[in-house]
Design a protein around this ligand. Structure first.
Ligand SMILES: Nc1nc2c(ncn2[C@@H]2O[C@H](COP(=O)(O)OP(=O)(O)OP(=O)(O)O)[C@@H](O)[C@H]2O)c(=O)[nH]1
Length: 341
């Protein structure tokens, strides 16, 4: 490993902890703004022996902002987000190559502790699989908060991998003076390598976090092409974007146990022809998805299609169906059939 990139060791003494706090709190918070795509200039060729490449897992309980952070770190929307907890259901890899460094971010579903159904068991397995064998873990919590669900995720983290405490949604914290004692109390829970209070919606914070992550990336050849953004297929992204619109446009009415299955994905010249089914558990849910006179389903389809067209820069024909499959989320075989590992 290159000496100039050796990571800061986990603080051991009170003085080191105070220095870490000072570094964390010295970063001036600013008002949040939406993060748009980042224009990354085409990187100059980097010889393999100078390349650095590392895996960074993003973990935390549902709804703390992991996917928002992944998208901001990559500079493109790779993982879907919504106000609804449990939006992310798969291990999603987001790749960013800058200069000699390739960051491979791994977003995970929020670790589920409440319901023990087959879907949640599959989601939890995905989280555990993602945190072993990484170079760095970003443990995301909401700044100033820590509850049992956070504690359960923290307890799963392997020893021997540096963990940065990302205290997200700092823009929502009214009393900033309470952050220092809270961070101090967090260090008693785990020997964090660094504290990082931030807002995933604030580009300056994201840029600083990226610079901090870079210190933990080892020297080794890149695993992906420099312009790769994800290892997920177009078919997968199509299903995910439909699910995002479904969750966003139905709000809290629709239980999280609804999913989207892509039945067909075909290229016809520059056109992508996609057929997908929204799977719900009850007839009443079907009504919610379809809406009055089919209005809601139409909107879900239009918004997903427009976003996919922007993403791929080409025409998309998207056909959506709604199907009732009661009890699918507690049926191991169906959970697997619908693509959950
Ligand atoms: N105010 C504020 N809201 C944020 C911030 N980061 C994320 N959010 C919002 O928090 C909600 C949840 O964000 P997600 O990125 O979907 O959270 P997640 O942790 O991936 O959620 P799961 O998929 O349930 O695991 C969304 O409404 C985001 O817009 C932030 O820094 N500040």
């Amino acid at each position: 490993m290159n000496d100039s990139h050796v990571a800061t060791p986990t603080p051991q003494t009170p003085a080191e902890l105070e220095a870490m706090l000072a570094r964390a709190l010295g970063r001036a918070p600013a008002a949040p703004t939406e993060v748009g795509p980042v224009d990354v200039p085409a990187p100059a060729p980097v010889p393999a022996e100078a390349q650095r490449c590392g895996f960074i897992a993003i973990v935390g309980k549902p709804n703390v902002g992991k996917s928002t952070l992944l998208n901001a770190l990559v500079g493109h929307k790779i993982s879907i987000t919504s106000r609804k907890a449990q939006t992310t259901r798969h291990r999603i890899t987001g790749i960013r190559t800058e200069g000699a460094t390739q960051f491979v971010f791994v977003d995970t579903p929020g670790f589920q502790t409440r319901h023990g159904n087959a879907l949640n068991r599959a989601l939890n397995k995905t989280v555990l699989g993602a945190v072993t064998d990484v170079d760095l873990i970003l443990f995301v919590v909401e700044a100033g908060r820590f509850d049992l669900a956070d504690a359960k995720v923290l307890a799963l983290l392997p020893t021997g991998v540096p963990v940065i405490l990302v205290a997200n949604k700092l823009d929502r914290v009214q009393r900033r003076v309470e952050i220092a004692p809270w961070l101090r109390s967090m260090q008693e829970r785990h020997p964090f390598a660094e504290f990082f209070p931030m807002s995933a919606k604030q580009p300056r914070d994201v840029q600083r976090l990226l610079a901090l992550c870079e210190r933990y990336v080892p020297q080794q050849p890149w695993l992906y092409e420099p312009d790769d953004l994800t290892d997920r297929s177009e078919r997968f992204l199509a299903g995910e974007l439909v699910r995002e619109k479904l969750f966003r446009l139905t709000g809290d009415e629709l239980p999280y146990t609804s999913t989207v299955v892509v039945d067909r994905f075909e290229h016809e010249g520059g056109l992508r022809r996609i057929a997908a089914t929204i799977v719900v558990e009850r007839d009443s849910h079907k009504g919610m998805v379809i809406g009055q006179g089919g209005e809601r389903l139409k909107r879900i389809g239009t918004e997903a299609r427009q976003e996919l067209e922007r993403l791929w820069g080409g025409k998309v024909f998207l056909e959506l169906w709604v199907k009732v499959r009661s009890g699918w989320s507690d049926d191991e075989a169906r959970v697997r059939a619908y693509g959950y590992e």
